[in-house]
Write a protein that binds this ligand. Structure first.
Ligand code: SF4
Ligand code: SF4
Length: 398
């Protein structure tokens, strides 16, 4: 009798065929939709279709030696399009990545460093945990830090790494704090106790590090009383939904975009300042394709007086990935050395072609990625990049 793995954590490449997920992989009809939709399909030697073919032929070792999956940016496009419903991005690709990375003798230095930093400091930027809440000093509204004031809170705001440390991420923090205040939300942050939620570690196949981070965060959350967790991180949100829930996380959960969208009736009358922007919105893969959060950011943007929304050629489920997921955030140098086009550059050209003067985003990785892309391929464009929460906070000002 086959051993059916009870949950995703128990699935390995060795027992895959004995699991329901493995049975689904066997149903692959080699249609090539996955390779055709992959943003790096033209350079990926082994896209999902070929990986499955090699797996069935018992020749996976060749795939693992190819470094093919270093170009998988975990955009969920292949999984969304697969007519057999094979959970490529959630199940098969992380398993293959894990084995690839174990065998890889020359891991790209930037990615190696980001993972080491995450293990050592709890964030991929290598910043001191003590500085995680430093942005609070520049917030114009009070922000309660739970480890120093342990009273129960309604909203526990899981800030995440890029938001907490990156200068443009900190703009996002100040905007979010201002919006919470405007709505009278009782909120608090975890300060120096918060660590990376672990998405990058999991999707680059570093399952040991991922387990360490999830164990830590589950214990940390158990220390405090709160009703709802709200996170600024698109990848953190995705991880809480798909990885922490099966591990027992049972609080109400929101990304900042869904949180503010659910309170739009209360927020809209406060959006008084007219912003004369033409805005195009980039769907973060982790929010859109993986969690169907397409309408919420657009509703928020449409509620800002003066904002005109225009769509890029590829939008919603067909949106092009910014290239930052699955470790791609730390592989730009590697891609450039290989002569691959950076996906953030491909995407910014589409955004500019709409005639918009603002590219709105909702993932903290994307602000710096697209601001860099504007410098390299933006030409004379006057486009600026803003997180949705930054635009909302700007409209609050009068
Ligand atoms: S889209 Fe699905 S069925 Fe088609 S080749 Fe890819 S994995 Fe196989
Ligand atoms: S998840 Fe995206 S990048 Fe990775 S193989 Fe699928 S389509 Fe390609």
């Amino acid at each position: 009798m086959p051993v059916i793995a009870e949950d995703m954590n128990e699935i390995t490449l060795e027992n895959l065929w004995n699991t329901p997920e493995g049975h689904r992989v066997l149903s692959c009809m080699q249609c090539g939709m996955c390779a055709g939709t992959c943003p790096y399909g033209e350079v990926m030697e082994y896209p999902p279709r070929r990986i499955i073919g090699m797996l069935k032929a018992g020749e996976l070792d060749t795939v693992l030696r190819s470094q093919s999956l270093l170009t998988c940016v975990t955009c969920y496009a292949c999984m969304n399009k697969c007519p057999r419903g094979i959970r490529l991005t959630e199940v098969l690709l992380p398993l293959v990545k894990e084995q690839t990375f174990i065998q890889l003798t020359d891991m790209p230095a930037e990615l190696q460093k980001a993972l080491e930093n995450t293990d050592r400091y709890g964030n991929p930027l290598g910043e001191s945990p003590r500085k995680r809440a430093d942005w609070v000093k520049t917030s114009k509204v009070p922000v309660r830090i739970l480890p120093t004031d342990r009273k129960p809170t309604d909203v526990l705001w899981f800030v995440e790494c890029y938001t907490a440390y990156h200068p443009r991420g900190q703009d996002n923090c100040r905007a979010t704090a201002k919006l919470f205040h405007a709505l009278g939300v009782d909120f608090a942050i975890l300060g120096h106790e918060e660590k990376c939620a672990g998405e990058c570690a999991r999707l680059t196949g570093e399952t040991g590090l991922f387990d360490k981070l999830t164990d830590y965060t589950m214990k940390l959350l158990g220390k405090y009383k709160f009703n709802r967790l709200v996170t600024s991180g698109a990848h953190a949100y995705d991880t809480f939904v798909h990885e922490y829930r099966p591990r027992g996380f049972n609080h109400e959960l929101d990304h900042t975009v869904s949180f503010f969208a659910s309170r739009l009736d209360q927020l809209k009358p406060k959006l008084k300042k007219k912003l004369n922007y033409t805005v195009t919105y980039h769907d973060a893969c982790a929010l859109g394709r993986h969690n169907n959060m397409y309408d919420e950011p657009r509703k928020l943007l449409a509620a800002i007086p003066g904002v005109k929304l225009v769509e890029m050629e590829h939008n919603r489920e067909n949106g092009i990935c910014c290239g930052g997921g699955g470790g791609g955030m730390w592989l730009d140098t590697y891609y450039k050395a290989k002569g691959y086009e950076r996906l953030s550059e491909r995407r910014i050209k589409e955004a500019i072609a709409t005639g918009a003067n603002v590219l709105a985003v909702s993932c903290p990785y994307e602000v710096s990625r697209f601001e860099d892309a504007l410098k390299t391929v933006g030409g004379n464009s006057n486009m600026i990049v803003r997180d949705v929460v930054e635009l909302l906070a700007e409209s609050l000002e009068e």
